[in-house]
Design a protein around this ligand. Structure first.
Ligand code: MLT
Length: 413
């Protein structure tokens, strides 16, 4: 009989969002008339921008012709998209990246989950806590941890608490670790790393020969131009960091699927014998073996987000969601809740009222206000006592959710 990968059995319950989905479905089955407002999973709600739709349709039309038909695309993405990425995401901010350092893909979830495959099975891993569950779960699946304790902390994985005291942006550990996952703007706390904190991480990684896996999927939500959007804005990061970015949240591509990962040629790991090896070649080999790329029309659609019209239209979408975030911050703050995040990210991080546990708060909001959020403890032990609300929804629904939560608070939770 085939033996299973027993590391999967260490994983906690289900993946967070399907678990929430199950609980909401059970609630709706018991209260079918309840008008439930979903501010849980961070999924976009606005329709695709006109410039994106036009590019998609044009590209599909091309595929319908003998001259325009295309089969497999280039391994790392079409040059038209790679060039647009380089121009707008990097050169515009004074960052030099080479075209062949970009790997176009169908999502940062996949890339941040798959990247660990190119590192040794006994690599040590550090995450900030609370954390996007993908970073931890994929390392557990790969056998880089022991069992989880009662709080959900896996043995062998280093957790750095992101707390109110450090502005939810902890600095590097005081010991060498092989791989560090960072996410800024952060999912779930909505905090953003300052240039100083990020520079401290880069200095630590260079000193301890670690690799930083930097998830910048929410870069477009940064409102202050002085804050870093890319880790490569920090001197020396090309030698120690891999960066992931996505069109999902910045341009409404959660259904279309397009993202990219940057693996600079200067970024290296080493063999057991101590030989330095560029990570670029390993990731290129991994991707060309297991992946055939993003569909041509979707890459054209992603390219269109960088046109003048595309930037304007997707910028308006980001501004709309950030308007929701501002309303949530203000509305829930006046209801007496401890409110964090939401200034440079589409997530609001709340201290649960009255000392409720994260899941009790979930049940209270769902049962009492018919609002779905995400329990902070689902993102890691340090998320206990916190709760995440997403700003991705219709403005009127967000306002309605705020009013309902205020009423619940006035009634004493
Ligand atoms: C979330 O709600 O945390 C996001 O939707 C996760 C994701 O982008 O995969």
């Amino acid at each position: 009989m085939a033996r299973i990968n027993e590391h999967y059995q260490k994983l906690q319950a289900g993946y967070l969002f399907p678990e929430i989905g199950r609980r909401v479905a059970a609630f709706q089955a018991s209260e079918p008339d309840a008008d439930v407002i979903r501010l849980g999973i961070g999924d976009v709600t606005l329709p695709l921008a006109p410039a994106v739709v036009e590019a998609l349709q044009r590209a599909v039309g091309e595929l319908a012709t003998a001259e325009g038909f295309r089969g497999y695309g280039p391994d790392q993405g079409y040059p038209f998209l790679v060039e647009a990425i380089l121009e707008h995401d990097y050169r515009a901010r004074g960052v030099a990246i080479d075209a062949d350092e970009i790997f176009v893909s169908d999502g940062s979830k996949q890339d941040s989950g798959n990247i660990q495959e190119i590192f040794a099975a006994d690599s040590t891993v550090v995450v900030t806590d609370p954390v996007y569950p993908v970073y931890v779960d994929t390392n557990v699946m790969a056998g880089r941890s022991g069992a989880a304790d009662d709080a959900g902390r896996y043995a062998g994985i280093r957790y750095l608490a992101a707390s109110e005291a450090n502005g939810f942006a902890p600095g590097p550990p005081d010991e060498p670790v092989d791989l560090a996952y960072l996410c800024s703007p952060n999912n779930p706390t909505g905090a953003v790393m300052s240039r100083e904190v990020l520079a401290a991480w880069v200095a630590w990684a260079r000193e301890s020969d670690a690799v930083i896996l930097f998830d910048a999927a929410y870069d477009a939500f940064v409102q202050d131009p002085a804050l870093p959007r890319s880790i490569y804005e920090i001197e020396g990061a090309r030698e120690c960091a891999i960066e992931m970015r996505s069109f999902s949240k910045r341009a409404g591509f959660t259904g279309l699927r397009c993202a990219y990962t940057v693996v600079p040629r200067a970024c290296a790991g080493r063999t057991a014998a101590g030989e330095r090896v560029a990570l670029h070649g390993l990731w290129a080999r991994r991707q060309s073996t297991k992946y055939n790329g993003v569909p041509y029309p979707v890459q054209r659609a992603a390219e269109a987000t960088f046109s003048e019209e595309g930037r304007k239209q997707t910028g308006e979408q980001v501004a709309y969601y950030m308007g929701n975030a501002r309303r949530l911050r203000e509305g829930l703050g006046t209801a007496g809740l401890g409110v964090f995040g939401g200034e440079h990210a589409p997530y609001i991080w709340l201290r649960t009222p009255g000392g409720l546990s994260s899941w009790d708060c979930f049940d209270r909001l769902l049962g009492g206000a018919h609002v779905v959020g995400t329990p902070g403890s689902g993102f890691g032990p340090a998320g206990e006592g916190y709760f995440r609300l997403s700003a991705f929804n219709d403005r009127a629904r967000v306002d309605e959710a705020i009013a309902r939560i205020q009423r619940l608070g006035a009634a004493g939770w």
